[in-house]
Ligand binder design. Structure first.
Ligand SMILES: [Zn+2]
Length: 283
């Protein structure tokens, strides 16, 4: 059972949750309801993995350093400030500047084929914004909050500064809007990102083999959180790893050594919600 989880838990969970999400969206459930279903399903499986087959036992989250700061950022970003609404607002402004979009989206194709196209196209915007966060000091101030923790676990997936998570999602959505993709496709990309994000940060043994050449899963993403910036400045993919191949930032040494265990950012940073939210604006 453990071997099945290690090799196939990630693709089975993502494919089955996405298939169920397509069914639910086509049968009248709202995007928010389906998103909640996807998030809860993904959290359930990743937490099970972390309990029974943790990769590193010392990555188990501490309440004070991990869970409470992550939960407070989650409440602030997604419940109080509703980052999803700001994303839609910013995307609609971007649409005005782009002339309202083109009617180029292949909406007659099978929904799964459309989703694959959408993930590849959205990933282009996600890749370059994420890479910009690591290469442009002003953006790094906001993105550093995601990299500060010295441990990885499922809840790192939503640990972002409000500015960072909002602009990231806008950069993913805008290319789809410009091409004329409809709301259902954009919802499915958002659901995929949510379900995938919890797996991407999971502290459970994983062995995805050939899938690591296509998806930005946990085995690759752990290196992106490495303490050494020359190692961490790779694998910028959010869902797919395709653009890292194109722009030569793919990194997979295929071993889980002690260097993998060292994640975070050099220096000490506050986990206080007020500091995390306001300090990036001060420099
Ligand atoms: Zn990053």
């Amino acid at each position: 059972m453990q071997k099945v989880f290690i090799s196939f838990g990630y693709p089975i969970c993502i494919i089955s949750v996405l298939s169920a999400s397509i069914f639910l969206l086509e049968n009248g459930y709202t995007e928010l309801e389906v998103l909640l279903f996807g998030a809860i399903s993904s959290i359930f499986f990743t937490v099970i993995g972390e309990i029974f087959i943790p990769l590193f036992k010392d990555w188990r989250p501490s309440l004070k350093e991990n869970f409470f700061p992550d939960a407070s950022l989650f409440v602030l970003n997604y419940i109080v400030f509703q980052s999803q609404l700001l994303q839609i607002f910013l995307a609609s402004i971007a649409m005005k500047f782009s002339g309202g979009g083109f009617d180029l989206w292949p909406s007659g194709l099978n929904i799964y084929v459309q989703l694959v196209f959408a993930l590849i196209i959205a990933e282009f915007g996600l890749y370059w914004f994420h890479r910009g966060c690591h290469e442009i000091p002003f953006l790094w101030r906001f993105h550093r909050i995601h990299h500060n923790p010295k441990r990885l676990y499922w809840f790192n997936a939503t640990r972002f500064h409000y500015v960072d998570v909002t602009l990231l999602q806008v950069c993913g959505i805008v290319p789809l809007l410009i091409l004329g993709a409809d709301a259902k496709i954009i919802s499915l990309v958002t659901i995929f990102s949510t379900v995938h994000g919890f797996w991407q940060h999971v502290n459970a043994e994983q062995d995805q083999k050939i899938l690591n050449y296509f998806f930005s899963g946990p085995e690759l993403h752990r290196w992106h959180h490495n303490l050494k910036s020359e190692v961490a400045n790779h694998n910028y993919g959010n869902n797919l790893i395709i653009w890292d191949h194109v722009f030569k930032t793919f990194y997979w040494p295929k071993h889980n050594n002690e260097q993998l265990r060292s994640v975070g950012v050099k220096g000490n940073f506050s986990n206080n919600i007020k500091s995390m939210t306001l300090d990036p604006f001060k420099g």
